[in-house]
Design a protein around this ligand. Structure first.
Ligand SMILES: Cc1ncc(COP(=O)(O)O)c(C=O)c1O
Length: 360
């Protein structure tokens, strides 16, 4: 693995507090997604083969040269996770070590240095401690956490980066209740292909997908149901979510084939569905199988899973001009039940038998 085993110069975290908190101006009962940022952020720099100490400092624009390879060559990877506030007011962080590990898998694929787990987790805990008042009340939403790692080399040479920045910013976000979303099977675009970067959170994956999303929206759909890049037959993901199909007698989600992001929510939902006694298969799912199950009246539910929406029901799938209409939300059982269980664990309402939640 490229640049593995890098060290932090020191584990101490420097803190520079803001003198003018913006919190009072924020309406925690009416939060948009991803545009309101909390007072502080984490910044750490990597140069000459080692990480410098992390700093928690006021959230502010960065001064960077125009030539940085994050801008020029897309050397940038990121993560997304959430912290909730429980009924007693404590901050609960959900499965953060999984995100630290996935960031490093993303980094390795783009020949970037690993971020030591202690740098990721300790700086995040410090940030959450300082900005704890930014975590919305239990019923209002959550604090969305955005770590990212990108190359800051001041050079236009086309080569792996040598200097990097690691940042963590956070956004209070509202509770995410969606109705059913309608999705369009994209036959024009693919998001991933074997040997590519579909299984990591490379910034460029998202850039390449926006046109398909725009195309879907222009036709009245919320997002895209992605098929595999080789045969254009097998369902991979639903927008920026993993996808689950509830057939009459089993639940199926596409196996992690190397072109699908290993969602933390996907893994959590798989674990909970099995605990709830469902038979769940991880395997390839051909779009023809989905159409055939629909035609036989056996396609009970389709839902996406991801940090932002947790579990999000699909209402209609359009494939080759035909609409697969799913049963109304009132008739859904599996998706709502697993969502309730998962959100209960995340927010401290239910016991956490898997040790997923860290109380800060
Ligand atoms: C492409 C893609 N698939 C799936 C997911 C769901 O992953 P997670 O459950 O870790 O949020 C995300 C979001 O991170 C994503 O961007």
């Amino acid at each position: 693995m490229y640049l593995k085993g890098t060290r932090m110069a020191t584990s101490s975290i420097a803190i520079e507090r803001t003198h003018s908190s913006r919190l009072a101006g924020v309406d925690m009962t009416n939060l948009p997604f991803g545009t309101v940022f909390s007072d502080h952020m984490v910044v750490a720099d990597y140069a000459e083969g080692r990480w410098g100490p992390a700093t928690v400092r006021p959230y502010a624009p960065l001064a960077l040269p125009p030539s940085i390879s994050a801008l020029q060559y897309g050397l940038s990877v990121f993560e997304g996770l959430k912290a909730h506030r429980d009924a007693e007011g404590r901050v609960l962080l959900f499965r953060a070590p999984e995100n630290a590990a996935r960031l490093n898998r993303s980094a390795a694929r783009l020949a970037m240095p690993e971020v030591p787990e202690s740098l990721f987790l300790d700086s995040l805990r410090t940030l959450l401690d300082i900005d704890r008042d930014w975590v919305p009340p239990a019923t209002a939403g959550a604090l969305y956490i955005r770590p990212c790692l990108f190359a800051v080399d001041e050079s236009l040479r086309v080569k792996p980066g040598e200097r990097f920045a690691f940042l963590i910013a956070t956004c209070p976000v509202g509770a995410y209740f969606t109705g059913a979303t309608d999705v369009l099977v994209s036959e024009t675009f693919v998001r991933a292909f074997p040997g590519g970067t579909g299984d990591i959170k490379a910034a460029g994956n998202y850039a390449a997908a926006f046109i398909a999303d725009a195309d879907a929206k222009a036709q009245g759909f919320s997002t895209v149901l992605w098929l595999d890049g080789l045969e254009r037959r097998f369902v991979e993901e639903c927008g920026v979510m993993n996808v689950f199909f509830v057939f009459a007698d089993r639940i199926v989600t596409p196996a992690l084939s190397g072109t699908i992001l290993a969602g933390v929510t996907r893994h959590s939902v798989l674990t909970l569905l099995r605990e709830m006694g469902h038979q769940v298969e991880e395997r390839r799912v051909a779009i023809e199988e989905v159409c055939a199950a629909h035609d036989r009246g056996e396609l009970r539910e389709v839902f996406g899973t991801g940090t932002a929406a947790t579990v999000s029901p699909v209402g209609r799938i359009r494939y080759r001009g035909c609409d697969l209409v799913l049963p109304p939300l009132e008739q859904r059982q599996v998706g709502p039940a697993v969502r309730e269980r998962l959100v209960g664990i995340m927010t401290g309402l239910l016991p956490d038998p898997y040790g997923w939640v860290e109380r800060l």
